[in-house]
Design a protein around this ligand. Sequence first.
Ligand SMILES: Nc1ncnc2c1ncn2[C@@H]1O[C@H](COP(=O)(O)OP(=O)(O)OP(=O)(O)O)[C@@H](O)[C@H]1O
Length: 603
Amino acid sequence: MAESSRSVRHTGSSVCWSGVKVTAGSKKNPKPILKGAGGEGLSGYVEGGKFCAIMGPSGAGKTTLLNALAGRRLPNFEGTVLVDGKEPDRRRIAFVMQEDVLCPTQTPREALMFSAGLRLPATVSLAEKRKLVEATLRELKLERCADTLVGDAVKRGISGGEKKRTSIGIELVVRPKVLFLDEPTSGLDSYAAYSVVENLRQLSAVGCTVLSTIHQPSSEVFGLFADVIFLSLGETFYSGAAADLPSSLAAHGLAPPPLSNPADHTMFLLQTKPVEELQRVAAELNKKSTAAASAAAAVDAHFAAAGERRSLATSLGAWTGSAPRRGAGILTEVYYLARREKNSLLRDRAGLVAAIAAPCCLNLLFAGIFYQAGDRERPNYQVMTHFGAISQIAIGGMFGAAQPLLLSFPLEAALFKKEYGVGTYTATTYFAAKTAVEVPKSFLVAALTWLVSYWLIALEGPIILYILALWLMGFAIASTALLLGCLVPNVEVGLQVSPAVLVPQILFAGFFIKSEQIPPFLRWAQYLCSLRYGNNLFALIAFGPQETDSWDNSTRAEAELLLELNQIEPGDWWVNVLVLASIGVAFRLVAIAALSWRAARTA
Ligand SMILES: Nc1ncnc2c1ncn2[C@@H]1O[C@H](COP(=O)(O)OP(=O)(O)OP(=O)(O)O)[C@@H](O)[C@H]1O
C-alpha cells in the first residue's frame, strides 16, 4: 500500500491515565488543580479511534487535564499517562491550542505543506507529502479557501472556522495517532462549531483518537461525541459513553428534562448542586464506569511488562522533557523558513512599501538639509557640516535597520514557540532563514539610501564603498536588535527598551564626547556600538587619504584634525570592518542561544 494512503487510514491509539494530579502554588501553599476523588488523582481510558469531549464548568481543570494527557508543561504533575499501553511518543501526538497561531501571509495549503515538509520524516517523498496535504485539505473541507491568505486583524483573510480547521490540518498532516484540542469551537458561530466538530468525528472514524475540551456544545454537537468526561472542581464527575449520560443521571434522580441538551443539563447540575451531593453521585457513577478500571489494568500491564515495580505516581518528566525529533534536514528547514520569510516580506504590501519608502523619504530630507554640503568648491564649505551629513545618514540607517527587527521576533514569538515546540525547526535554522532574507533586503535599503542622497549632498569617494559600509553596519545593528527582540517578552517592552540600546550608540559614536572622556568603567561599551564603526568607515571614505588628492592644504588639515579628534586612524579601516562583522555574527549567535533557552523553558 502506498505510504500516503496507509497514513490517511491509520489506527488510533488508546489513551489511559491513572493517578493524575496537578498542583500549582508554592510548596508552603499548594493549590490542587486536579486531585481526583479522595485526593487519589484522576483515572480514565479512551479507546483508540474514539472522539472524547472533556467538559465542565470554568476552572474545573479541563485544560489542565488536556495538557497533562498531551505531555505539555505543567506546574507540578504526578501520575501515569500511557498511549497504546506504552510511554507516549511525542511524535505521534498532536495538540491544537485554543488560539489559532498561524502565519498571516501563508495560505492554508502553504501552512499544511510547511508542516508536512518539515515534520514528516525525510523518507516520505515530496510527492507523498503533497498528496497528504491535499487529502487533509479535503478531509477538513478547506479546498475552497486553500489558496486564500490566512490574514490577521488588519488584513482580513479566511474565516474563524477556516482558521481553526487550518490549525487542525497543520497537526493532522503529520498523521498523529492522538489529537488533543483545547476549545476548538470557541469564538465560532453554531454552524462553524458544528462543522469543526463533525470534522473531528470523521477523523476519529478513520482511526485518529480525538480528545477535546469543549465549551457549551449544542445538542447537535453533543450528539457527535462518542465519550464524554465531565470534570468538577478537579475531580471526574462522569466518564463514559455520551449516549449513556442521560440514563446514568436518571438513575440518581438527576434525569435531564425531556428534549433538553444533556450537556447543558449536566453543566447546570455541576454549578447548582451542593458539592457533597455531586461527590456522592460521582462516586456511584465512577463505580459503574469501566474507564478507571481499564486505565488501572492498562497501567498495571505496562509496568508488569516492563518488569518495573513503579508506583502510579510516576512523573511524566521523562517524556515532557524530550523534544520531538525533527523530520527534515537543516537545508530543508532553512529553505522552507526562508521561503515563508520571503513571502511574508513580499505579500505584506504596506510593510514592503514602508520599508522602501521610509529610507528614501528620510534620506531625501537629510540630503535637502545638507544640500551640496560635501562640495569643497562652495564658498561656505565646512568639514564639520560635511561630516554632519554623513553622520546623520549613519544615524538614520541605524534606526532603520534596528526598528523593524526589534519588533519582528516579539510579534512572531507565539508562532515560533508553537512550531519550535513541536520540533518543526531549530532556533539556528530560524535565524539562518531570517538572515538569508534580511541581508539582500538591507543591501537594497543601503543602496537606496545612498542613491537618493549621494549626489544631492555632493559626496566624493566611491558610492559602492558607502553602500557596503552602511550594509555592514546595518547587519551589525540588526543583530543587536534581534538579540534584544529575543530577550524582551513582548512588543511593548521592546519599544520601551529600544531607546536604551539605540541612543547610547549615538553617545559612544563620539559625536558629543570623545571616548577618552568617558569614565573607564563605561568605556568598554563603545566596542558594542556598531554606529561608531559604521560612522568611522563613512568618515574614512569621505576624509581619508585619496589617491589623487585635489584638496587644498587648509581643508585637508581640517579633515585630518577631524579624523584625529574622532580617533579614526586612516590605515585602520579593516579594524572597523572586523568589529562590525564580529558584532553582527556574535550577537546573532547569542540571540540563537537566548531564543533556544527561552523556547525550551516554555515549550
Ligand atoms: N499555572 C497555574 N497556576 C495557578 N493556578 C492555575 C494554573 N493553571 C491553572 N490554574 C487554575 O486551575 C484551575 C483550572 O484551570 P483550567 O484552565 O484547567 O480550567 P478550565 O476548566 O479549562 O477552565 P476554563 O473553562 O475557564 O478555561 C483554575 O482555577 C485556574 O485558575
